[in-house]
Each structure stands twice: as C-alpha cells, then as structure tokens.
Design a protein around this ligand. Structure first.
Ligand SMILES: Nc1ncnc2c1ncn2[C@@H]1O[C@H](COP(=O)(O)OP(=O)(O)OP(=O)(O)O)[C@@H](O)[C@H]1O
Ligand SMILES: [Mg+2]
Length: 112
C-alpha cells in the first residue's frame, strides 16, 4: 500500500476531491495546514514596509491506496490542482506496511 499525501491550494479542494472520486478513491483525510515552499512565503508590501508571510494556508490530503493505483491517483491530483503558478503544491508518496479496519479487524488492502 502507498500513502499519497498532497498539499494543495484550499480553493482546489473541491476539484481534487471530484477527481479522486472519479478514480474510485474510497477514503481520504483532509487537514487545514500552513506551510511554505521554495519562495519561503511570498513577500508583500503593506504601508510601505516589506514583510514576509512565512506560512501560507494550504490543504493537505492523505489517501492510502493499493500499490497499482499510485500513478493514476498522482496524475488525477496534479491535473486537478494545477494552475501553473508558484504555490500549486506538492505530492509525497510513502510506503504503508499495514492497515486495519477497526470495526472488523480486516488488515492489509482489505482494510482500505
Ligand atoms: N519539501 C517540502 N516538505 C514539506 N512540505 C512542503 C515541501 N515543499 C512544499 N511543501 C508544502 O507544499 C506547499 C506548497 O509548496 P509550493 O507549491 O510553493 O512548493 P515549491 O517547491 O515552492 O514549488 P513552486 O516553485 O511551484 O511554488 C507549502 O506551503 C508546504 O506546505
Ligand atoms: Mg512555492
């Protein structure tokens, strides 16, 4: 199993959720997060003073999928989340060694 974690623009959540639904993703966790990438938070000018916004509001989505679904889910997320401007976000993949559906005790991919 693979965990696909992506950080996206909050306004892209609906489009990404719809795209994931089309790929028959059965579950996901969504969190409100703040972060920065290469630009380290954009510099803005306010009343003549330059200041740095260190953290920008983003949405994080965590999905655990079967190994064979990794590529199609990555593609679906990236196509739905892309604007072409800086700050579109990132996708990270990690291996998941096990899972359990607590209600039934099912383990592994049966728990997804
Ligand atoms: N290396 C990283 N580790 C953890 N989170 C990251 C990392 N890079 C980016 N993020 C998260 O993704 C969000 C969006 O990053 P962003 O899209 O700005 O990345 P970038 O590398 O600066 O690319 P771009 O140049 O397209 O803006 C950040 O606000 C942060 O929450
Ligand atoms: Mg950036």
């Amino acid at each position: 199993m693979k965990q696909i974690s992506c950080v996206i623009r909050p306004e892209k959540l609906d489009a990404v959720t719809e795209a994931l639904n089309k790929e028959h993703v059965v579950g996901m966790t969504v969190s409100d997060v703040r972060g920065f990438g290469r630009q380290k938070g954009k510099v803005e000018h306010y009343r003549g003073d330059a200041y740095t916004i260190r953290f920008i509001q983003k949405v994080k989505i965590d999905i655990v999928v079967q190994d064979q679904d990794e590529e199609k889910v990555m593609t679906a997320i990236s196509e739905a989340a892309r604007t072409g401007n800086v700050g579109d976000g990132k996708i990270f993949i990690t291996s998941v060694s096990n899972a359990m559906r607590i209600r039934t005790g099912e383990k592994g991919t049966s728990a997804l």
